[in-house]
Design a binder for this molecule. Structure first.
Ligand code: B1M
Length: 212
């Protein structure tokens, strides 16, 4: 078993100490942080998701896996964030109201910071008005929303509608992401961009800022 498979396996066992140690070992051996993330940590989390949907494992197992995921992400964070990059712009991000999944959102935040954006992270379970109020008070030009549940994805539309209602949709752009969300859904709700993963989110945000 190579080290990335070992990270994935340790994550599936919910062994946070082992995940941290193996992630550190992979970094020390010179494996690219993105590879550790994709083929180790995210790979393990995807298997957890499949097992959970087949009822082969239960919620406490998923929670342990999430804790292990964070242990690995803590090691990778400094590798993914480069120092002293001048700010490219300000973005407010959060997971929408009713949704407690924050791993993907945090990853998007880390990658955006790494690309030189100022990220104001509102956390999880964020109501539509809070996204907008904070974007205005922080002078952010972009709102990034994450949702992992089919039941919470519609909350994103509350934000896009409210922005229109307040005539703020020209000055504040929106980007959405998360497993139940698609490009088509983004168009339907009037979001300005959709990103499948964190790398794509960075690309989209860079384009949005350039367009002004
Ligand atoms: Co839950 N969960 N969960 N869960 N969970 C899912 C999402 C689910 C698909 C599992 C399944 O059944 N197969 C399912 C949703 C089904 C659906 O709605 N269609 C589900 C369910 C049902 C639930 C509960 C309802 C379970 C229950 O209570 N019976 C419950 C809901 C709680 C709530 O939110 N109100 C629940 C709870 C939990 C935990 C708390 C135990 C835990 C979350 C811990 C945490 O986040 N701190 C958890 C987890 C870990 C998962 C799975 C297994 C993994 C999610 C994850 O972190 N993936 C997930 C199954 C799965 O997705 N395979 C599942 C890794 C992460 C890096 O990927 O978040 O997709 P992801 O982020 C990606 C992209 O989506 C994208 O980029 C990221 C990085 O590349 N992206 C963006 C995300 N946000 C973006 C924003 C952007 C751009 C891109 O722009 C701003």
């Amino acid at each position: 078993m190579n080290i990335l498979e070992s990270i994935s396996t340790a994550l599936r066992k919910g062994d946070d100490e082992e995940v941290a140690a193996l992630t550190q070992q992979a970094v020390d051996e010179g494996t690219a942080p993105q590879e550790i993330l994709d083929d180790g940590l995210i790979h393990g989390m995807n298997v957890i998701g499949e097992q959970f949907s087949r009822h082969e494992i239960f919620l406490p197992d998923v929670l342990l896996a999430a804790k292990a995921m964070y242990a690995g992400m803590d090691i990778l964070k400094p590798q993914l964030i480069k120092d002293k990059i001048p700010s490219r712009g300000r973005i407010v991000i959060g997971t929408v109201r009713g949704d407690l999944h924050d791993i993907g959102k945090n990853l998007v935040g880390i990658m955006l910071k790494g690309a030189g954006f100022e990220v104001i992270d509102l956390g999880k379970d964020v109501p539509a008005e809070v996204f907008i109020d904070r974007a205005v008070s922080e002078g952010a030009s972009i709102i990034g929303m994450s949702a992992l549940l089919t039941t919470t994805a519609p909350v994103m539309q509350d934000v896009t509608s409210l922005l229109k209602e307040k005539n703020l949709d020209e000055e504040i752009k929106t980007i959405i992401g998360g497993a139940p969300v698609t490009e088509k859904f983004a168009q339907e709700i009037g979001a300005d961009a959709y990103a499948f993963d964190a790398a794509k989110a960075v690309e989209c945000v860079k384009n949005m800022v350039q367009k002004g």
